[in-house]
Design a protein around this ligand. Structure first.
Ligand code: MN
Length: 209
């Protein structure tokens, strides 16, 4: 897997997103995952799994749901460099993906079956997440028909971590900086109004956090 598509879409003299190392460092024993809340023209959550020296990436418009009955559309997008997992900040307006990015969750993941490439080909990847917000069993399943090949569903599997709690509304802050999206935009010169529109109203946030 390569980063040509990622690099082609971006102007690295304008954006502070990482270009990605020519040769990624040796893979750590534990595979990382990150979920970035991205207040772009349309809000979405970028779901990224470390594999093969890159971050496999899906854009999830509604974000993950802890409810196994709720299947969330996840559009496969270009692989991102591993360093992207540390990116939180503002992509300038007018640039690709312009908007505010938050590290919404992160941790480690493990595939149920080690042959990830085969499962990606087949369009069925089952895995376990060990993050601050997302834990337990999950699956990514490719849909047939419409935009076949790019269109997947992100589904929570039934286990002790499944819940009907609205995790994106209840846990809206960065796991890296504890900031809301509007606070990141304000600190880093982004569009505060657009970012604030993507933060849930205070009444929906969990108390005491
Ligand atoms: Mn994005």
């Amino acid at each position: 897997m390569a980063l040509e598509a990622y690099r082609r879409k971006r102007r690295f003299d304008r954006t502070s997103e990482p270009k990605g190392a020519a040769r990624p460092r040796r893979r750590a024993k534990k595979l990382r995952f990150v979920v970035q809340k991205h207040g772009a023209r349309r809000l979405h959550y970028d779901f990224r799994l470390e594999w093969g020296g890159v971050l496999l990436s899906w854009a999830v418009p509604k974000g993950p749901s802890l409810d196994p009955r709720v299947k969330r559309l996840a559009v496969r997008v270009e692989d991102h460099p591993l360093e992207y997992a540390q990116f939180e900040g503002v992509i300038p307006a007018g640039e690709y993906g312009g908007g505010t990015v938050m590290i919404w969750d992160r941790g480690t993941w493990s595939p149920d079956d080690p042959d990830v490439a085969e499962h990606l080909d087949r369009g069925e990847l089952a895995f376990t997440l060990n993050g601050a917000k997302l834990t337990g069993g999950w699956a990514l399943v490719r849909t047939r028909g419409y935009r076949s090949g790019e269109s997947w569903l992100l589904i929570k599997r039934r286990d002790g971590a499944a819940s009907t709690r609205d995790i994106t509304a209840a846990e809206p802050r960065s796991v890296a900086s504890d900031r809301l999206l509007a606070e990141i935009a304000l600190a880093e010169g982004g569009d505060v109004r657009r970012a604030a529109a993507a933060d849930p109203p205070p009444s929906k946030r969990s108390a005491g956090r």
